[in-house]
Design a protein around this ligand. Sequence first.
Ligand code: HEC
Length: 187
Amino acid sequence: MISDRYADFLMRAAGQGRGRILPVVAMVALLLSGCGAPAPGDQATPDDHAGTRVQPDQAAASHEHPVAAPDEGESLLAIMQRLNTDMTGLSQALWMEDWSVMTARAAAIANHAPIAATEIERIHAILGEEMHAFEEVDEAVHTAAVRMHQSAEARDLQDFLAAFSDVQQGCVSCHTSFRDRLRTVTP
Ligand code: HEC
């Protein structure tokens, strides 16, 4: 039963990379909704979620990475802790003008691990329709991180700083809007 949707997911993901949390979230949410008993009137098809699909032109710099199977994803918390480490390392490298480390950290941020299916279920259960907004900010962070990576490779400091600032704004924006409801640890 899962096979058609799963194959479809893998094909799209293979073409579009694994850099974002939510393109994966949206697709796995489809898988999950496809596995449960359908609610009355619920006709979940991929097209219902067309608006949440990643656009191919936003997937730059991550398409070379392998696609993780849904059971290989990580918790949001684990992803966040690694983002935190990579952003810290990125700042340190910036002050040291170590462009190769900046490039590597930016790539790690742009290509963070996909989120686990169980975590997607949890987020979806809490956010419902707001998951679209969650995805948008996630996508914005990814896009800015890809730009950060490209400008680090090009050693373009001005563009790097602009993209770095956009990444930070995206992190904080998602936290402000969603973190309290989604916390699994108390600060
Ligand atoms: C799309 C939403 C979203 C984006 C984008 C996002 N975060 Fe988060 N972040 C969360 C949520 C939700 C949590 C709470 C997770 C939990 O408690 O399980 C969190 C938690 C954290 C934590 C706390 C981890 C802990 O141990 O308590 C850190 C640090 C963090 N994020 C860093 C970042 C950084 C750095 C970025 C940007 C590169 C970022 N986040 C982008 C949603 C987001």
